[in-house]
Design a protein around this ligand. Structure first.
Ligand SMILES: Nc1ncnc2c1ncn2[C@@H]1O[C@H](COP(=O)(O)OP(=O)(O)OP(=O)(O)O)[C@@H](O)[C@H]1O
Length: 267
């Protein structure tokens, strides 16, 4: 059996003696798209940062994170690429967008002109029209939604086998959201894996085949997406599915409405 693309065993995160994420164990198969759902403050972004090797100062981590069969520390393949929730902090305001995108591409062996062409192609894949116009621009010249798409292009440029996308569609209009979801779907072709963090259950259902649900720093439910939508078990998951289906009704009619939502979003 092939090794999972990502194996997390007993990942625990704390700050000053306060346990923020309790030991988590989960894995992602090669090519799998998994949603990480949960209330605000449940520990999703800290988990994402741990997978990308970019925990904030003062957060200590325990447990193990292994990519593939395990590669040497510092190889660049021993961490996930991360699309951050806040795109402004992920980019350097003093360096043009094109040069920032070229850095990982040049490290991967692209010539200067090929890196420029690939950077433009990745921007287009992330939903930026006329990407050549964006390459010389600085972050201060872009809208929040455009910055988010540049971050997506940057994550794609890193070429890692695992991508963690932390609420990548939050600041985007509905049309661009669809473009980004399509880009993330394409990401997983060729065996690359995605952990998609979101509050948007419909987006998660359209993109992912499995879901993990966090509450107060713990995974409280994990299931195939279709099962989670039709038969949520944990009270938080039940509320999430009810909210997405517009029903707080736990009756047979409520269950039928949830089932209809499940069918609609899973289609
Ligand atoms: N740098 C930090 N230092 C100390 N505590 C932190 C730090 N970052 C986050 N926390 C705390 O860790 C917990 C989990 O935060 P996290 O940002 O992972 O939540 P989240 O599930 O991503 O929330 P949201 O959906 O709002 O983004 C929260 O209680 C938060 O206050």
């Amino acid at each position: 059996m092939p090794a999972p693309a990502l194996s997390v065993t007993d990942l625990a995160l704390s700050s000053g003696g306060r346990q923020l994420v309790h030991p988590l164990t989960f894995s992602l198969a090669a090519g799998e798209r998994v949603a990480l759902l949960g209330a605000s403050g449940s520990g999703k972004s800290l988990t994402a940062a741990a997978l990308a090797g970019s925990l904030p100062e003062g957060i200590s981590a325990g447990g193990t994170i292994t990519f593939g069969a395990g590669s040497g520390a510092g190889s660049g393949k021993d961490r996930a690429a991360l699309i951050r929730q806040d795109p402004a902090t992920a980019l350097n305001p003093l360096v043009p967008i094109g040069r920032q995108l070229a850095i990982p591409l040049r490290s991967a062996g692209y010539s200067r002109p090929d890196a420029k062409a690939e950077a433009a192609r990745l921007l287009a894949r992330a939903g930026i029209g006329e990407p050549a116009l964006f390459l010389p621009r600085y972050t201060g010249q872009l809208s929040g939604g455009q910055l988010q798409r540049v971050c997506i292009a940057l994550a794609l440029a890193c070429g890692t086998p695992v991508l963690v996308a932390d609420e990548p569609t939050t600041a985007l209009d509905a049309v661009t959201q669809n473009t980004v979801l399509e880009t993330l779907r394409m990401w997983s072709t060729g065996g690359r894996s995605l952990l998609f963090i979101t509050h948007d259950l419909a987006a998660a259902a359209s993109l992912c085949t499995r879901a993990l649900v966090m509450e107060a720093g713990r995974i409280v439910e994990q299931a195939p997406m279709a099962d989670l939508l039709r038969n949520p078990l944990h009270p938080y998951t039940v509320r999430l599915v009810q909210a997405a289906s517009g029903s707080a009704d736990s009756s047979a009619e409520g269950a039928a409405a949830r089932s209809a939502t499940a069918t609609a979003v899973a289609a």
